[in-house]
Design a binder for this molecule. Structure first.
Ligand code: 5GP
Ligand code: ZN
Length: 110
């Protein structure tokens, strides 16, 4: 099964990468819903929160640490930002590679 976010992580598909570490990669969303709209994804392919396993704890924690770092770098840490993880069709999940939306600097449609 092909996965667009796995392709971005491995460099097979283009994206504007803003952050990476051993567990996580972050890049700008192609359809931004805020002045700053970044997707933070685990390097490990986890389809959604429904597929999270106990061994994923470190990786999942790394997403929050990445969010903190990126918010700081983007200059939105102090004023605030939203972290969002859509799970399943009723939540509007489109890409089935777990990702955390980081939205800040003014959300467009709320
Ligand atoms: P979801 O609704 O699954 O939580 O959000 C998926 C997000 O991924 C959407 O905001 C969408 O704009 C973004 N997205 C989908 N395909 C691509 C892509 O190929 N590159 C980038 N940078 N973002 C994507
Ligand atoms: Zn994937």
């Amino acid at each position: 099964m092909s996965c667009i976010f796995c392709d971005i992580i491995t460099g097979k598909a283009p994206a504007q990468i803003v952050y990476q570490d051993n567990d996580a990669v972050a890049f700008y969303d192609i359809n931004p819903k805020a002045k700053v709209h970044i997707l933070i994804v685990p390097r490990k392919h986890i389809a959604s929160v429904n597929n999270v396993e106990s061994g994923d704890q470190t990786v999942l924690g790394s997403l929050f640490l990445a969010a903190r770092n990126i918010a700081e770098t983007q200059g939105i840490a102090e004023k605030g930002y939203r972290l969002m993880v859509n799970t399943g069709s009723n939540a509007g999940q489109i890409v089935y590679h777990l990702h955390m939306h980081l939205l800040g600097g003014g959300v467009f449609d709320d």
